[in-house]
Design a protein around this ligand. Sequence first.
Ligand code: AMP
Length: 252
Amino acid sequence: MMNIVTEIDHWRAIKKQLIGKSIGLVHTMGNLHAGHVSLCQRSKQENDITVAAIFVNPTQFNQARDFDLYPRTIDKDKAILEENKMDYLLLLNADILYPDQYQVQVHETEMSKILEGEHRPGHFTGMMTIVLKFLNIVQPTRAYYGEKDYQQLMLIKKMAEALFLPIGIIGCPTIREEDNVAFSSRNSRLTLEQRNHASHFPRLMQSTLNTEQITVELKKLGFKVDYIVDKWQRRLGAVWIDEVRLIDNIPL
Ligand code: AMP
C-alpha cells in the first residue's frame, strides 16, 4: 500500500522510523507517463524506500496560460504510482510549500540565463527553488531527474554541488514513444494531427544535418524554432507546434 502524505510534519515522523534505510525521491508535476515511471523504477532498484511527489509548481511557469492548461490527472497518477509500488506519495500544496509567498528564491547567474532560461525568463529560478524545497523536506539519499530536461538536470547538479547538499543527483535517459518523440506531459495537449507532425522534431534532431540546416527544415515544416544548439556534447532544441512548446536533446 502506498501511503499518501499531505503534511511536512507527517513525513518527518515517518522518516524518523526509517533510520538506516536509503530513500529515493522522484518529484514530478504529475500527468505521469513512461518517462516518469522509468525514474520511479530506477529509484526502486537503488533504494530501500521510494518517495514520489506531485506538485504543479506555479513559480516555474513563465506564462499563466501554460500553468492553467497544464494537464492534471491525479487519480490516474495515483494508480500508476501504486502499480509501480511507490512507498509514499507526497502531496503538498502551494500554501505549505511557499510559506514565504516565494520571497526566498534560488538564483543561478550563468547557466540559467541561456537556452531555456533565455526563452523562459524566471523558469529556472522557480524550478531550482522548488527542487531545493523538496530536497530539504524529504532529505533523500538520492533524487532522480530525466535527461529529457537536460539543462534542468545540469542546474540541479550544479546547485547540489554549490550548496553542499548531501544527496546523490541521478540523471536518467530520455524515454521515447514509438515514433521517437520524447514522452512529455505537454504532448497530451497536441491534437492527433499535431502529435503526428511532432515526430519531425526528433527525426531532424537525430539526423546528420547541422543545427542551421535542422532549423531551416523545421521552419519549412511550420514549426516555430526557439533554438537548436550543440552544447555540453548534446544537441538541444526547443520548438513550438502552434501554442504547445516541446523540448528535446540527444547526445552527440
Ligand atoms: P515533469 O513532471 O515534467 O516536471 O518531470 C518530472 C521529471 O521527469 C523530470 O526529472 C523530467 O526530466 C523527467 N522526465 C520527463 N519526461 C521524461 C522522459 N521522456 N524521459 C525521462 N525522464 C523524463
